[in-house]
Design a protein around this ligand. Structure first.
Ligand SMILES: Cc1cc2nc3c(=O)[nH]c(=O)nc-3n(C[C@H](O)[C@H](O)[C@H](O)COP(=O)(O)O)c2cc1C
Length: 165
């Protein structure tokens, strides 16, 4: 069966997700990448996964650093998501252009101000899968904030609607 990639993307666009920024320390600078291919994997031990394109710079950085943060975006952080999805971007313009500010965790990983939640991750394993790699990581610490999530659905950013009973 030869599946039309456009139809595949359309189908996957029906699966509403949150949006994260994967953060890494690169010689004292913050490297961030927008990612929604993020999921919980296991509770014991606590594992998560993120799928990263082989061509993304983050791909090489994750292999090299083996430590990263997952910052789950709040609904007022759309500009940050757009910023860290651009191919050409620098750490210096992140605050001016998107309002992204970072602190460092005890392990030195960049943690984004105002995110809904933060997970401190240590790489456990990586499995190539087509043109992406599935990075599986142990979660060493979490910080949970308040607010509503930024959502991604049908290729567009969304906010939460009414809750259901
Ligand atoms: C909402 C959204 C979600 C994305 N999710 C992913 C993802 O899960 N994995 C991935 O490899 N790229 C994803 N991207 C694309 C990357 O953010 C983009 O290619 C980025 O420029 C890669 O940066 P880098 O080359 O610095 O690693 C996503 C983009 C957007 C807008």
């Amino acid at each position: 069966m030869s599946l039309d990639p456009f139809e595949f993307r359309k189908a996957m666009g029906c699966f509403a997700t949150g949006v994260t920024i994967i953060t890494l320390d690169l010689d004292g600078e913050v490297h961030g990448m927008t990612a929604n291919a993020f999921a919980s994997v296991s509770l014991d031990p606590v594992l998560v996964l993120v799928c990263v394109d082989h061509t993304a710079r983050t791909h090489a950085h994750l292999h090299a650093k083996k430590r990263f943060g997952v910052n789950i975006l709040a609904d007022d952080q759309q500009a940050i998501s757009r910023y860290y999805a651009q191919p050409a971007r620098t750490h210096e313009r992140a605050e001016k252009e998107a309002g992204a500010r970072f602190d460092r965790t005890a392990k030195g990983t960049p943690i984004l101000h105002g995110a809904l939640a933060y997970l401190e991750c240590r790489l456990e394993s990586a499995a190539d899968a087509g043109d992406h790699t599935i990075f599986i990581a142990q979660v060493e610490d979490v910080v949970v904030g308040d607010g509503d999530p930024l959502l991604f659905f049908h290729g567009k950013y969304r906010k939460m609607g009414e809750g259901l009973e």
